[in-house]
Ligand binder design. Structure first.
Ligand code: NFE
Ligand code: MG
Length: 567
């Protein structure tokens, strides 16, 4: 007989997510993904000046802190047909790449590695043997036996006090934990080191963006960074050289630690390349614009139906109708009243909480569709699109990660393994390598542009009388983000965000097709329903952010309903 389990809240994510599963014969047979909280940022924007929308939208999330700012200024610029000076594009691009690298490192080590790595087992490792193993895998300079011993002593100290802190409530000793104590110690060592490297790359965001989280340097029309090589109070060569030193240090961490750890852990859990496939319509958008209009890019994006890479359709510009015309959001299973499957420009949201119903409404997250179908977004979708487009840095990084994993597994692991729980981690590590290539190119382009004597960073926006509309697209760390704005007489009339975690965490749609989390859970093994570690593995592989996924919009500014959640 099927057994029901509820994991609520899912931890080591952003926001409030409840997962309910039916388990039959040791595997998930049905799943419900439910966002249990809603917020009102889109509502606050109505009537506001479009030039300040980004300051508000950025507060949607404390994790992807730059992305709603970027998508917002792009949406308003798109509505105005406003071009952006090249310095502004490059500064934005460096911030986007640095933030995404930070986010991917944090996701693997601090939010999801402990689903695979047993911290308690690491205390039983032979530190010398662990260091030897690490040295055969990587030239990384911080894999010495002394450093491994220090990490082990630190862990033992935590455990002996009984105060596990962030390591409390882990699934230590769970039957699905398969790594040797030495591999666990190696990963634990890198867990601590990753804290330093995520901080280093986030400094790049802070220097160019004036602060992080939540950058302060954007403007509709460009950026507010003054450039003057002769003035100490502007973006100077000294600051730029310091940024480059941070970029270089983090590059070594990505190639010598992150990619190798993901390949090694993936190879040791190769059975998990057979679980978690789910929805295989993949959507991503192009990123890192190389001109003032957003028509040429460093990384391609587009749509792949049913994991058929030969059917990849590229999205070619920030105003490509193939993207702009083909998105709708279903509310059949979400707590809203009104018409379902509206296009985001027409999007409306009338809250209507009714409790959890298996076949009815059960989430605050809407269910977006592309060409009428659910789509998976995120680093996997992006890497597959870039791979399909033959993007050289993607092909190089993917080949590297798959070759390392194959040699450790002792069998050939090709790109087909990417459609899985492990595949989403592998894709994120591949994308992180691509982003490092991007940030180097962008850095060089910025220096060259300044060197040519161009110090422009801003084109002033002018708002016409009457109504205009625009979309801002962005390939965020968790996937496709789009902001949709209607501006009337220079004021915001309607504002909608269709966010990466809305795509992935969404409930069933109008055709009752499950969303990507729900579909990916189908078939996931669960050894012990009381300790559903495997459910976390598949859900965490998407890097959920429910704070982003749920927005509320009320066209009449009426008082909103009182809500009791079903927790
Ligand atoms: Ni709050 Fe986000 C990203 C956006 S949502 S984390 O990346 O946009 O998934
Ligand atoms: Mg929304």
């Amino acid at each position: 007989m099927a057994k029901r389990i509820v994991v609520d809240p899912i931890t080591r994510i952003e926001g409030h997510l409840r997962i309910e599963c039916e388990i039959e014969n040791g595997h998930v047979s049905k799943a419900w993904s439910s966002g249990t909280m809603w917020r009102g940022i889109e509502l606050i924007l109505q009537g506001k000046d479009p030039r300040e929308a980004w300051i508000y939208t950025q507060r949607i999330c404390g994790v992807c802190t730059t992305v709603h700012a970027i998508a917002s200024v792009r949406a308003v610029e798109n509505a105005l047909g406003l071009e952006i000076p090249m310095n502004a594009q490059h500064i934005r691009n460096i911030i986007i790449a640095a933030h995404s690298i930070f986010d991917h490192i944090v996701h693997f080590y601090h939010l999801s590695a402990l689903d695979w790595v047993d911290i308690v087992s690491a205390t039983k490792a032979d530190a010398k043997a662990a260091a030897k193993l690490a040295e055969t895998l990587s030239p990384w300079k911080h894999n010495s036996a002394r450093e491994f011993q220090e990490t082990q002593d630190r862990l033992k100290k935590f455990i002996s006090t009984g105060q596990l802190g962030v390591f409390a409530s882990g699934y230590w000793g769970h039957p699905a934990m398969k790594l040797t104590p030495e591999v666990n110690l190696m990963a634990a060592n890198h867990y601590f080191q990753a804290l330093d490297y995520q901080r280093k790359i986030n400094k790049v965001v802070a220097i160019l963006g004036s602060k992080t989280p939540h950058i302060q340097n954007l403007a509709v029309g460009g950026v507010a960074n003054p450039i003057n090589p002769d003035s100490q109070s502007t973006l100077t060569i000294e600051r730029l050289v310091y940024i480059k030193s941070l970029i270089d240090e983090v590059g070594d961490f990505i190639s010598d630690v992150y990619q190798i750890d993901v390949a090694a852990i993936g190879a040791m859990y190769a059975d998990w390349t057979g679980y978690g496939e789910g929805i295989t319509n993949y959507l991503s958008v192009p990123e890192f614009p190389q001109d003032t209009k957003g028509e040429t890019f460093l990384t391609p994006g587009g749509y792949i139906p049913s994991k058929n890479l030969s059917k990849f359709v590229e999205i070619k510009s920030f105003h490509d109708p193939y993207f702009e015309d083909n998105i709708t959001e279903s509310i059949k299973h979400a707590y809203y009243k009104g018409e379902s499957n509206l296009h985001p420009y027409k999007g409306e949201t009338e809250p209507n909480f009714t409790g959890f119903e298996d076949d009815g409404k059960y989430s605050w997250v809407k269910a977006p569709t592309f060409l009428g179908k659910p789509a998976q977004v995120g680093p996997l979708a992006n890497v597959l699109a870039m791979f399909a487009a033959g993007h050289p840095p993607t092909v190089d990084n993917a080949t590297r990660v798959l070759n390392i994993a194959s040699s450790i597994a002792g069998t050939t692991l090709g790109p087909e393994i990417l459609h899985s729980t492990i595949g989403r981690h592998a894709a994120r590590a591949v994308r992180c390598g691509v982003l490092h290539d991007v940030i180097n190119k962008e850095y060089n382009s910025l220096i060259a542009n300044i060197g040519s004597g161009d110090y422009d960073t801003f084109n002033a926006p002018v708002f016409p009388k009457g109504e205009i509309q625009g979309v801002g697209m962005h390939e965020a760390p968790r996937g496709v983000l789009s902001h949709w704005v209607i501006i009337k007489d220079g004021q915001i009339k309607n504002y909608q965000c269709v966010v990466p975690s809305t795509w992935n965490a969404g409930p069933r749609n109008d055709n009752d097709e499950p969303g990507p989390y729900e579909a990916a859970l189908h078939g996931t093994p669960v050894a012990d329903p009381e300790n559903p570690l495997e459910v976390l593995r598949t859900i965490h592989s998407f890097d959920p952010c429910l704070a982003c996924a749920i927005h509320l919009y009320d066209p009449n500014r009426t008082e909103l309903t009182q809500v009791t959640t079903n927790v």
